[in-house]
Design a protein around this ligand. Structure first.
Ligand code: 6R9
Length: 655
């Protein structure tokens, strides 16, 4: 985390740069008027907005929403009929068939390709027919476990073409995590590749799929893309090569008419308790939200190149790598590699090479690249950049200032977009050209979004001047998730029961006197490690699965690059020695159980954990110790054994 001096490096207010004027589509006045209309006349507003999409049947119903946790139901455009792949591909063919839909940049800097909308149509139709051939039908769940190659996007779009529901699992997750996600949504089909490659290292995707299927069971068919050509295991009758099937199928596949409220995709995300939740998004509302927010926030014109660096395993890779850009008929860049391979200038090299106009990335990447020095950035021509975006966690002022000055040369606005897997798309963000920027502030609500602050009891915190509290949203929007797959009760409990009738985001926020919104971070037991969401409960349950572990508690602590690091308190079984080998073994164990993103940064062996007399672990104290705020431990008198804390403080690992 930044120390005090870093705050001095960013100015408090950065006016809209003059250089942006030629690109700006929305003035402050226009934003204010449209926002007012979206709140005061929502039906009229959304009736206009839904023209962004091509409907087979244009909806006449706008929304039908009940946020009462006992009768929770959310519907948008319920009588509308459309198809997502048609909206992302077919409708552009007449005018933009030869425009580049996606640019692919390989992990190996010598590999790249460009796919036009016409070619995309061909690929997607074929893959859709392949899916039909292996038995996929409308409504089936299809799990994708893919590297960042064009076929990953073909696979997503192919599912939408035939009405199958995709569930993309990040390629960095372990076979166990993959198995859990296959099982939870009873997915009978998997699309994968032989291997992925990141930073010149192979990722054994197909091998992981094979292991996951052994664990989960129930998978009938696997469609495998040949990417590296590595030798892989093969189950005859279950496994199919994409490059073989594609020759056997037709290049035409009529898009399936889907109801606006038919499921579009499931994406698993971590919550404060239990295993990851299957966030379900539906067809019409999600696509409209993706299309509208992409267009409104990034203002990408035909012929421009938009680069979102997120993996398709995360929601940002769904909304702003795939659906938002393609629904708007512009060019999206798909990057297979990592920012530091072959050198730590890869992002800048790619921006220069493909003349990227808008770059959308995460603070954790910026912090890591900032460390490598300005020369690596300055070695490349970044004059094509006109707008920069940030997402995933609060951006610290130092990283903001560097992004603005060194990458954007002071001429590019930065849109710091706050949103969540659950919200489908941007919720609070400045609009370039409309809003003066405040470094670190997510700034202003998107059309239709009514944020508010509540205190611990659920009372609204209102008035002029600066306000701080828990962030809630007061009314539904089209891109809102509809349920937790297979567990509507959990959906109601997680988001609508803490503050009855309000959507609880899990984030804390501040609204300043100018009505700019600042996100202060999670207020629940969710960690944000390098922009990835991790539930402390998930890591704890991985730790206690180890035979030598009796008990574990996991908290976050400030980390220079990752934003938050993973700090684990572990009590070993009696007789087991807390050695350096055991520490390494536990780190490897969590890595194997969940995936590298969850690897613990610190393991502190503890003879016992601080608990209340009723046996609850006192996380507040554990957090303070992890943050090294030893004089802020607060009242420890309610602990069953106050001496436990002294021991933890005395034995805190250094560094
Ligand atoms: C899109 C995405 C959601 C959580 C969210 C918040 C944090 C995301 C942010 C931000 C401050 C931003 N978050 N964007 N915090 N400023 N611009 O990241 O979705 O993976 O579900 O994470 O990320 O804490 O609640 P997801």
């Amino acid at each position: 985390m930044p120390d005090e001096s870093h705050f001095a490096t960013a100015p408090e207010l950065v006016p809209v740069p003059d250089d942006y004027a030629p690109y700006s589509r929305t003035s402050l006045k226009q934003y204010q008027e449209r926002y007012r209309r979206s709140i005061e006349e929502p039906d009229a507003f959304w009736t206009e907005e839904l023209r962004r999409l091509d409907w087979i049947k244009t909806p006449t119903e706008i929304s039908n929403v009940n946020w009462d946790p006992d009768n929770l139901s959310i519907e948008w455009f319920a009588d509308g009929v459309l198809n997502v792949s048609y909206n992302c591909i077919d409708r552009h063919l007449d005018q933009r068939g030869n425009d580049v839909a996606l640019i692919w940049e390989g992990d190996n800097p010598g590999l790249h390709s460009a796919i036009t909308y016409r070619q995309l149509h061909n690929h997607v139709c074929r893959m859709a027919n392949e899916l039909k051939k292996i038995g996929v039908t409308k409504g089936d769940r299809v799990t994708l476990y893919m590297p960042m190659i064009p076929e990953a996007l073909y696979a997503m779009l192919a599912c939408t073409r035939i009405g199958a529901v995709h569930s993309v699992v990040f390629g960095g997750f372990s076979p166990d995590s993959l198995a859990g996600r296959i099982k939870d949504c009873e997915s009978e089909f998997v699309i994968t590749a032989d291997q992925g490659v990141r930073g010149n290292k192979p990722i054994p995707l197909k091998e992981n799929v094979d292991r996951a299927i052994e664990i989960a069971g129930g998978v009938k068919a696997v469609l495998c893309v040949r990417h590296t050509g590595a030798d892989i295991g093969w189950v005859e009758g279950r496994d199919f090569w994409h490059h073989e099937l594609t020759l056997q199928v037709d290049a035409n596949c009529p898009p399936e008419p889907m109801n606006a409220e038919d499921p579009l995709f499931i994406l698993y995300t971590s919550g404060s308790t239990g295993k990851p939740k299957g966030v379900l998004h539906t067809t019409g509302g999600y696509l409209l939200w993706a299309a509208m927010t992409f267009d409104t926030v990034f203002e990408v014109e035909r012929g421009e190149v938009f680069w979102c660096t997120a993996d398709i395993g995360w929601v940002t890779g769904h909304t702003y790598l795939t659906y938002g850009p393609l629904a708007n008929g512009v060019t999206t860049l798909v990057f297979e590699g990592i920012p530091t391979y072959p050198k730590a200038d890869r992002f800048w090299e790619v921006c220069d090479k493909h003349k990227v106009n808008v770059l959308y990335t995460a603070p954790t990447a910026l912090r890591a690249l900032m460390r490598e020095g300005d020369a690596l950035v300055e070695a490349h021509d970044l004059s094509s950049l006109r707008l920069l975006g940030s997402v995933g966690e609060p951006i610290n002022p130092e990283a903001w200032a560097w992004y603005h000055r060194v990458v954007g040369k002071g001429k590019c606005p930065i849109v710091d977009t706050w949103w969540q897997t659950e919200t489908g798309g941007c919720m609070i963000t400045p609009l370039p050209g409309a809003h003066d920027l405040k470094p670190g502030a997510a700034s202003k609500p998107m059309y239709g979004i009514e944020p508010a602050l509540v205190d611990g009891e659920g009372h609204f915190i209102e008035g002029e001047g600066e306000l701080t509290g828990n962030l809630v949203i007061k009314r539904s929007w089209p891109g809102q998730m509809r349920t937790v797959y297979g567990d509507h009760k959990r959906f109601a409990e997680t988001y609508f029961s803490t503050y009855r009738g309000l959507y609880f985001t899990g984030d804390g926020a501040r609204r300043d006197a100018d009505h700019y919104w600042w996100i202060t971070g999670r207020v629940d037991d969710v960690l944000n490690v390098s922009g990835h969401r991790l539930g402390t409960a998930e890591i704890e349950s991985a730790l206690v699965e180890h035979v030598d572990v009796a008990e574990a508690a996991v908290v976050g602590y400030p980390h220079d690059i990752k934003g938050q690091g993973v700090y684990c308190y572990v009590t070993l079984n009696a007789g087991v020695e807390p050695t350096a080998e055991m520490e390494a073994e536990l780190k490897a164990h969590v890595r194997k159980e969940i995936g590298p993103v969850a690897t613990p940064d610190v393991i502190q062996f503890a003879p016992a954990l601080p608990k209340t007399r009723s046996g609850k672990i006192m996380r507040r104290i554990l957090r303070k110790i992890a943050e090294n705020q030893l004089d802020a431990l607060g009242d420890t008198s309610t602990l069953a054994e106050p001496g436990v804390v002294d021991d933890l403080v005395a034995n805190r690992p250094q560094g």
